[in-house]
Design a protein around this ligand. Structure first.
Ligand code: ZN
Length: 315
């Protein structure tokens, strides 16, 4: 998966490499704790040597699987569990199922979500057919119970969904006309049959800005929200599932990491009929993480881990 066009040296990109099997070995050392000699077994492994720069490397070198010092088994298990959880999988659950520390489970979960996000980016093609667009608001239950319903305390998420097709969602700082138009233009084919939105103030003007699109709005308040084909039930259903997933699996999620939860949910929705999503996610983890050292450090900084909170999801 890592080198679809043949093995390349991770140090100098040369294709002149040779492979060899490092035999299984055991090492002995004096334990500082017990004062006894300890024997540690090292299984056989495949290594490569570059014929240009003479350096050696393994297939996982420079990828997430090597840098985290977690066994590949844990990565496989975590990925298998997460791709099969249609409604999301919390770090707490991963911790229980894998038998790792909470922080390890948290890190695994977020790297897998990130890989799902990469797949979504790579597979993003213009949506077509009948489109529904709209926004929802998400926020922490713990933030302030008294102002729970206040929209301005919550984080806007904008989305476009193709009926019977794929969805695209974004955590946005604010829902603005310019932002909505940009997202519609960026995600919807000009050959789309129709775009339906609800009757929020600015959606009325979307029609004039998004040319070549047949745009209709649905007035929820007037109970006129199902006029034959003109409705926003698909996107409303998506928001319903997203919120139930978040409440049911995560209890509370961090605004900082909201985009990753959105990626996970969007990936599940868009791959609801797909086969082999396990392989897809593993490939994205391997390829997406095989990046230059500087970029890797930047990612590590960003993913430093949960701040605290032992009972719920990280925040
Ligand atoms: Zn080399």
């Amino acid at each position: 998966m890592r080198w679809p066009d043949g093995v390349e040296c991770v140090h100098c990109d040369s294709k002149r490499v040779t492979k060899y099997v490092k035999k299984a070995s055991t090492r002995h050392r004096l334990s500082a704790k017990t004062g006894q000699m300890e024997t540690k077994a090292f299984p056989a492994r495949i290594l490569y040597i570059c014929l240009e720069c003479k350096k050696q490397f393994s297939v996982t070198e420079g990828t997430i699987f090597n840098d985290t010092h977690l066994s590949l088994d844990k990565w496989y298990m975590a990925t298998a569990l997460m791709v099969n959880a249609k409604k999301g999988f919390s770090a707490k659950q991963l911790q229980r199922d894998l038998g790792t520390a909470y922080k390890t489970a948290w890190y695994l979960g977020h790297r897998i979500r990130k890989a799902m996000g990469l797949i979504e980016l790579a597979e993003a093609e213009p949506l077509t057919g009948t489109i529904e667009a709209g926004e929802t608001y998400m926020g922490s239950k713990k933030y302030d119970a008294r102002r729970k319903r206040a929209r301005w305390d919550k984080e806007p998420v904008f989305g476009v969904v193709e009926r019977g097709g794929k969805a695209r969602t974004y955590h946005v700082p604010k829902v603005t006309l310019a932002g909505v138009v940009e997202k519609i233009k960026g995600n919807v084919s000009i050959n789309a049959t129709a775009i339906y939105t609800d009757e929020s103030a600015f959606y009325g003007t979307v029609a004039g800005t998004v040319k070549n699109h047949n745009h209709k709005t649905v007035n929820h308040k007037a109970k006129g929200w199902v006029r034959g084909d003109v409705h926003t039930e698909t996107i409303d259903g998506y928001w319903g599932l997203l919120k139930r997933g978040v409440i049911g699996s995560f209890h509370q999620i961090s605004i900082k990491h909201l985009n990753r939860y959105l990626s996970e949910f969007q990936f599940q929705w868009n791959h609801r009929n797909a086969q082999d999503i396990f392989v897809l996610v593993m490939a994205a983890l391997a390829i997406g993480s095989a990046m230059p050292y500087k970029a890797l450090i930047a990612v590590a900084e960003e993913d430093r881990g949960p701040k605290a909170n032992s009972d719920g999801e990280a925040f």
